[in-house]
Design a protein around this ligand. Structure first.
Ligand code: T5A
Length: 209
């Protein structure tokens, strides 16, 4: 039986990477080792694409080019890391996946969402996350948490851009409530972890190994 595919999503600084560690520890406590990876990234090619995009030393990068680069990195990531791990029965936890493209390039950059969904179908019609934890907070909360670091290509965007990203994420969650669990990311970390624990317990109950 293939392993479970879990993704974490949300706008900048909401705590995905912090919570990912907690998800990994929760699985480890249940004796389920997991492969942890991220997007864009997770492979040598993906990390090059990530580095190139996030550094932002490019000229005008259109929403469409950005989208295609995300899916190029994703297609390779699926072939090299995600599908082999799942097929071998391992669980995979991924920091962002295709929902991020719908939210950032579709919502934030206003690339055509129908086109993005067709790319999604072309690249991984056979595979969607089994569980997505969407950390949600007002844009200012996340941006405040990361305000002391040097902003990357996306973090240089304005508040309206992130409001559109957040709205697109919440729309996805409304469309797929069984897969996408929205977690209020504004309270303290222990409170958020307790909510994640609840979702993980329910998920572990239905996803038999
Ligand atoms: N992207 C990605 C696209 O545009 N399209 C795509 O298809 C994909 C896959 C990737 C960028 O690429 C874009 C989106 C992104 O802009 P990234 O590093 O994955 O970059 O994403 P970021 O959002 O930039 O990651 P961040 O590190 O900024 O945010 P996280 O992971 O959400 O936040 P985290 O865990 O690092 O926490 C940030 C700070 O907040 C503190 C932490 O200790 C840390 O200092 N914190 C809290 N503080 C108080 N209370 C809490 N509850 C806290 N939780 C965390």
């Amino acid at each position: 039986m293939r392993g479970a595919f879990i993704t974490l999503e949300g706008t900048e600084g909401v705590g995905k990477t912090t919570c990912l560690e907690f998800v990994r520890d929760t699985l480890a406590a249940a004796d389920i080792p997991a492969v942890v990876t991220r997007e864009p990234g997770g492979t040598a090619l993906g990390e090059i694409i990530r580095d190139w995009i996030l550094k932002g030393n490019h000229g005008r990068l259109s929403a469409e080019t950005e989208t295609l680069l995300m899916f190029a990195a994703r297609a390779f990531h699926l072939d090299e890391v995600i599908r082999p791990a799942l097929d071998a029965g391992h669980w995979v936890i991924c920091d962002r996946f295709s929902d991020a493209t719908v939210a950032y390039q579709g919502g934030g950059r206003r690339a055509d969402k129908g086109w993005i969904q067709s790319l999604r179908a072309a690249v991984h019609a056979d595979l969607e996350p089994d569980l997505t934890l969407l950390l949600d907070a007002p844009v200012e909360v996340g941006l405040n948490r990361i305000r002391t670091r040097e902003p990357d290509h996306f973090e240089r965007e304005n508040r309206d851009f992130f409001a559109r990203v957040r709205a697109a994420y919440l729309e996805l969650a409304r469309d797929e409530p069984h897969r996408i669990k929205v977690i209020d990311a504004t309270p303290s970390l222990p409170e958020i972890e307790s909510r994640i624990s609840g979702h993980m317990a329910a998920f572990l109950g239905v996803f038999s190994r």
